[in-house]
Ligand binder design. Structure first.
Ligand SMILES: [Cu+2]
Length: 506
């Protein structure tokens, strides 16, 4: 959208206009708001909804439209009473109807394990094996996983299903598979030697049990150190009836750590000097952003499969409700509003929020060294050329310059192919990043800020969502973000990212 109105008019319009006026300027957002109101009506008479949302309150020169006791799904807002159902969007429903059932689970960069109904059970075939995983474009690592991937493909079932998982061991050593959190007959628990004989290389074993639970589970090897080689995958069990309030999105992010030293591609399960951090098997900025529509109710499940380290996960621009942890959903009286949730080893947290603040928001572990990879402590770059310490000390007023260019030969340490000071982002690397639909229209410099255990949640108004996720339009870098600043921010005070800072054309 080009700026055709007088900037001063538009600025005051944005500052003092109502939400409805903003929606009009945004075109399709107006329709979205109408839909939202009709959707409230649809919920009338729905016994599962604890309390009916009130009619939107009148608002004058305040752009907070208090649709739910002071909370708006379209504008950052708190709500009035912390004990109310709608404070911070606690029970504000998504657009998805509850009768439509649970929203499908989506773990970016991972596939789902197919199944076939056989003898009254959903039958899955799981193959533990050595695999190659591209943590970053061009950085292919030799790790272990299932069916060609780490984490392995997601098993997704519904509460009440009977499952049969046939495991075909293609590893060079014994393994078992443990179904983490399930209350199942002990012989199928997968506890290596305690409950079953190990599955030999080339061997097969079938696990079969009824799933009476609903929640966030996973499967993993129960042989020492295989876990740190990557032997894990999601096992999501949807409730028979969708939880109330219904969500529009159900994302899963599984965090892992590996030790892969410079010059190496093979993971070392013995070392505790973790230097690679992955989300669903990829490191930032290769972890694919989560893209949602403005106003949707979003659930995110995060699981920490790091061997020894916890992750304080922080979301920018929103406050979320922690609605459950691994294996189970918490009663609403126990939900806690946060913007940072600490997730310890082998724990999961589920949280939900209304995406009422448009933009590209960081979503990341807050441990500083988890926000980077390659944090290997034995080596560092030679960054000052031909300067001795004496020369340096006698010349403190004008210090020798530091060559910061990645092209500078001193950037690399001889014998170590990885850029130790940061990521070397080649044209090919950048093109791979930007070839993903989910990144389209982000600022040209977006990749520089999303490393290690970092990703982004993009909250896009309906029309911008369609351009990014559903159209074949070639969207220039920064175009979507610029548009969001125009509609919701202060465009007079905004500068686009310099295009020449990053490689990779668009
Ligand atoms: Cu962390």
């Amino acid at each position: 959208m080009s700026n055709t109105t007088d900037p001063s008019d538009r600025r005051s319009f944005l500052k003092h206009g109502t939400l409805a006026a903003m929606a009009l300027s945004a075109g399709t957002a107006a329709a979205q708001q109408t839909e939202d109101h009709s959707e409230h009506d649809d919920h009338k008479g729905h016994a599962a909804v604890a309390r009916q949302p009130k009619t939107p309150v009148e608002h004058k020169h305040n752009h907070v439209a208090a649709e739910y006791d002071g909370f708006s799904r379209y504008v950052p807002s708190r709500g009035n009473d912390p004990d109310s159902d709608f404070y911070l969007g606690k029970q504000v429903p998504g657009f998805r109807k509850q009768e439509a059932g649970p929203a499908p689970f989506e773990a970016p960069d991972l596939t789902k394990l197919p199944w076939k109904m056989k003898n009254g059970a959903k039958e899955f075939h799981l193959v533990p094996q050595q695999i190659e995983r591209e943590f970053l474009p061009g950085q292919k690592m030799i790790v272990w996983g299932y069916n060609g991937s780490t984490p392995g493909p997601t098993i997704e079932v519904t509460q009440g299903d009977r499952v049969r998982i046939v495991v075909h061991n293609e590893l060079p050593e014994e393994t078992t598979v443990h179904w983490h959190g399930f209350e199942l007959p002990v012989q199928y628990d997968g506890s290596h030697t305690l409950t079953q004989n190990p599955i030999k290389p080339g061997g097969t074993f079938a696990y079969e049990f009824d799933v009476h639970e609903a929640g966030t589970f996973w499967y993993h090897s129960h042989v020492a150190m295989q876990e740190t080689m990557g032997m894990v995958g999601w096992f999501i069990v949807h409730p028979r009836q969708a939880f109330n309030p219904p969500v529009d999105r159900d994302f899963g992010l599984l965090f892992q750590q590996f030790t892969i030293l410079p010059n190496q591609t093979v993971s070392d399960s013995w070392s505790m000097n973790w230097n690679w951090h992955t989300i669903n098997g990829r490191s930032g900025p290769f972890s694919t952003p989560l893209v949602v529509k403005h106003g949707e109710r979003v659930r995110v499940r995060i699981m920490n499969f790091a061997p020894v380290q916890h992750h304080p996960i922080h979301l920018h621009g929103h406050t979320f409700w922690v609605t459950g942890h691994e294996g189970t959903r918490a009663p609403k009286s126990a939900w806690i509003p946060r913007n940072t949730e600490l997730i310890a080893v082998a724990q999961a947290s589920e949280f939900e929020f209304i995406a009422n603040n448009p933009g590209d928001w960081m979503f990341h572990c807050h441990m500083t060294h988890h926000m980077m990879n390659h944090m290997v402590n034995h080596v560092g770059p030679r960054i000052r050329t031909n300067d001795s310490v004496d020369q340096y000390l006698t010349n403190l007023d004008s210090r020798p310059s530091v060559p910061l260019s990645h092209d500078d030969p001193n950037f690399t340490v001889p014998g170590y192919p990885q850029g130790m000071k940061g990521m070397s982002m080649s044209d090919e690397f950048m093109q791979t990043l930007w070839s993903r639909r989910e990144m389209m229209g982000m600022r040209a410099t977006a990749a520089m800020s999303l490393m290690g255990l970092m990703t982004a949640i993009r909250v896009l108004p309906e029309d911008l969502y369609q351009r990014v996720m559903e159209s074949d339009e070639k969207i220039p870098k920064g175009a979507i973000f610029d548009e969001i600043v125009k509609r919701f921010g202060n465009p007079d005070d905004y500068k686009a990212a310099p295009m020449n800072m990053m490689h990779g054309g668009h």
